[in-house]
Structure formats: C-alpha cells, structure tokens
Design a protein. Sequence first.
Length: 120
Amino acid sequence: MNLLIVDSMTWTITVLGWFIVFVALVFLIGVFLTVPKILTWGTKRALRKKNRMAKKDVAVEDDELVITGETNAAIAMALHMYFNEQHDEESNVITIKEVKKRYSPWSSKVYSFNNVNFPR
C-alpha cells in the first residue's frame, strides 16, 4: 500500500487553502488597524463641526479622544450590571401540579374498534 503517494491536485488544494487563510488574516489585520483610525477621524471631524457651529476655536488633541482599557472595562461592567438588574429575582423553586384530564370519547380507542367491518 502506497499511502504516501500525493498527486498534483492534492498539492494544489493544500497550497490554495493556505493562501486563502493567509490572505484572510492579512485582510483582518488591515481592518483591525484601520477601523480605529477611521473612528478617531470621524470623532475629530464631528468635534470640529460642533466647535464651528458654537463659534469656538478649540483644538482637539489626540490624547483627549483615546479611551483607555480601564475606562472600557468600567463601562462594560456598568452595562453588564445594569442589564442583569432588569430581570426579576426568581425563587428557583419548581412546582409541578398534577392536572386531572377529563375523559373525552373523541380520543378513545375503544370506539374506533367497534366501527370496523370484518368479513364474515
């Protein structure tokens, strides 16, 4: 048995698969590096427009627009705590009550056997 024989189609699929993965990774790195720059640019633009409308001449520094990881963590924790308080406190006790069902001839199998015509 020659299990180690690999044809050219297998190599093509392997190389193409690796190429697709690396291209996707490079694309994602580009997206993750560009999105913060775009957001900062949009925020600066909005602040400049707001300052022009208020007729103020205030320069916006890059350090003022950066939100640190600690601030993001505090905001995330506050939102988590707020949304968890929206629910009522439950007792965590499950009560099962037995309900007696009324008899219904519509679901009885006895009546279905009486209507069968057997050959005699």
